[in-house]
Design a protein. Structure first.
Length: 195
């Protein structure tokens, strides 16, 4: 009977997960002409030269050192949008991994990024929006690519989207990581209680 209980505990624990919400250690946005925007409480993305907003990109960086080598079951980037251009077009955006180091004092033009997007999303509403970036985060965690953060770049010609940065007192962007919960954490107390 004890063995049957042990098997049931294992099966019951199989779907449990550990969740971590990570605020960026740095975030900013860049313009082709340069400028330092890391201390602002907002970020923006756009590519509408006719309106004076050519190729504005956002960047975020997280400290993943505590999770390196682990296999995430999912990773979702959440941002809180507070402004969308009134044209109704939204902002079609691609997500790339940055390929060089940067911090919030960055004042040059755009940070270099990989050639292939890891994800795309069409931002068209205000409020919280979550985008699945699991494949990129898994590549960071297993060391396939070096973690220099993520770059959001508008694909095509689209107007402004603005969202809160980590400098806000609330509504900061965050990366939600989910990992399978260790069997020992799930079941050890229950197992000991059976014996």
């Amino acid at each position: 009977m004890k063995y049957i209980a042990f098997v049931l505990v294992i099966i019951a624990g199989a779907g449990l997960s550990d969740t971590f919400d990570l605020i960026p250690v740095a975030d900013t946005y860049t313009l082709p002409s340069g400028g330092c925007y890391g201390s602002l409480n907002n970020m923006q993305i756009a590519n509408k030269p006719a309106s004076g907003h050519p190729d504005e990109r956002a960047m975020m960086l997280w400290d993943l050192s505590e999770h390196m080598g682990a296999t995430a079951t999912s990773a979702t980037l959440y941002i809180n949008i507070f402004f969308q251009c009134g044209s109704g077009a939204g902002t079609y955006t691609k997500f790339y991994h940055a390929t060089e180091s940067w911090d919030e004092s960055w004042s040059g033009a755009h940070v270099q990024h990989g050639a292939t997007p890891w994800q795309s999303y069409h931002y068209s509403n205000q409020g919280w929006v979550g985008v699945d970036v699991s494949d990129l985060v898994k590549a960071w965690l297993d060391g396939t690519i070096e973690n220099h953060g993520i770059v959001l770049q508008v694909a095509g010609v689209y107007p402004w989207t603005k969202f809160h940065s980590r400098e806000t007192s609330s509504n900061s962007p965050y990366l939600r990581l989910e990992f399978p919960q260790a069997l020992e954490q799930n079941t050890w107390g229950a197992i000991k209680g059976d014996f």
